[in-house]
Design a binder for this molecule. Structure first.
Ligand code: NAP
Ligand code: GLV
Length: 309
């Protein structure tokens, strides 16, 4: 039994070294080095090359290095009937909450517009809004969405959520399903997308959905680029229906240099860094699942392949 790590972003050595620092005896390989394919029972992956999971005949688990598993679900060549797991980590949730808070406060106080003005040496005071003027609507009241809701509520922000299934949250109004979607949108002056990317949520941030927001609402997409119909965004901002957007994720990453989002003053861009799995924090739960595979115990943080998240 052994683990293979598959990712193409230059972080393979960092992850492998962290596994070995924390668990020196662990049989862990990265996919570019010689490794015993028949012994691999766990593949830990992040945007792995399509087809790379087909060569492990004894795979018992495909684990995401992160919270999202969309790239695993999209790989139709992956072995079927193999458990899929994802990361649930308080540090990941805290990082996400800090990022979204920064984006909200930057928007309220016009920080992005002033950065643009500064580039032009332009002294142009603008009206600002306050926390009390806004309702933050969180699309995706799951692990990250609920942690965000708690953090924002503690700062005195009005927060509402939207999920697939009904919730019995006392402290927070959570709308659910298609029936609750429009009312949820009507109330959200700041919309944060924290949905998983699935067949149902793909393209959900489109002209029709975003037109249900109050005029001048602000969009923060920290989920996946596939949620946003990108060609709908600039017309919505230019018409005033949206006052702007903060985007951490894109249909194509890195965002191509010629993409119109780069130059639009109402769009804030960050390079998919809202919350990044920290090896030191995440390795223990991945190794716990490896132990469970070895001991034939149920795995932690399983994904429902029917729901896709
Ligand atoms: P999660 O715990 O699975 O929560 C997902 C939430 O979305 C749940 O509340 C779920 O509803 C809801 N949902 C799913 N499909 C829906 C639909 N069709 N309609 C309405 N609600 C729906 O996921 P998470 O751990 O919070 O992570 C969310 C996503 O964040 C990840 O999938 C990943 O793509 C993204 N992410 C991005 C970054 C970054 O750096 N930008 C970092 C980490 C994660 P139910 O509660 O009813 O199931
Ligand atoms: C990051 O995007 C994650 O899914 O963890």
């Amino acid at each position: 039994m052994a683990i293979v790590l598959i990712r193409q972003d230059g972080k393979l050595d960092l992850w492998k070294n962290t596994f070995l620092q924390q668990f020196p005896e662990l049989p862990v390989y990265h996919y570019k080095e010689a490794h015993p394919e028949e012994e691999i029972t766990m593949a830990i992956v992040w945007k792995h090359p399509e087809g790379s999971l087909t060569k492990y005949p004894n795979l018992a688990c495909i684990a995401s290095f992160g919270a999202g598993v969309d790239f695993i679900m999209e790989d139709t060549s992956r072995p079927q009937n193999v458990d899929i797991t994802r990361v649930i980590d308080p540090a990941l949730a805290a990082d996400m909450s800090e990022y979204v808070l920064a984006a909200i406060l930057g928007y309220l106080k016009n920080m992005d517009l002033y950065s643009h003005d500064q580039d032009l040496s332009s002294w142009e005071p603008k009206p600002y809004t306050r926390i009390s003027d806004h309702t933050v609507g969180i699309m995706g009241a799951g692990t990250l969405g609920m942690a965000l809701a708690t953090s924002l509520s503690q700062l005195g922000m009005k927060v509402i959520g939207w999920s697939r299934s009904p919730k019995k949250e006392k402290a927070l109004k959570i709308y659910d399903g298609t029936a609750g979607k429009v009312e949820f949108l009507h109330k959200s002056t700041i919309l944060v997308c924290l949905l998983p990317l699935t067949n149902t949520t793909k393209g959900i941030l489109n002209k029709e959905t975003l037109s249900h927001l109050p005029s001048g609402a602000y969009l923060i997409n920290v989920a996946r680029g596939g949620h946003l119909v990108e060609e709908d965004l600039i017309p919505l901002i230019d018409s005033g229906q949206l006052s702007g957007a903060c985007l951490d994720v894109f249909q194509e990453e890195p965002l191509p240099t010629e993409h119109p989002f780069w130059k639009h003053p109402g769009i804030k861009i960050t390079p998919h860094v809202a919350s990044v799995s920290d090896p030191a924090s995440v390795v223990p739960q991945l190794v716990e699942n490896y132990r469970r595979i070895c001991d034939k115990e149920p795995l932690l943080h399983l994904v429902d392949p029917q729901k896709g998240y």
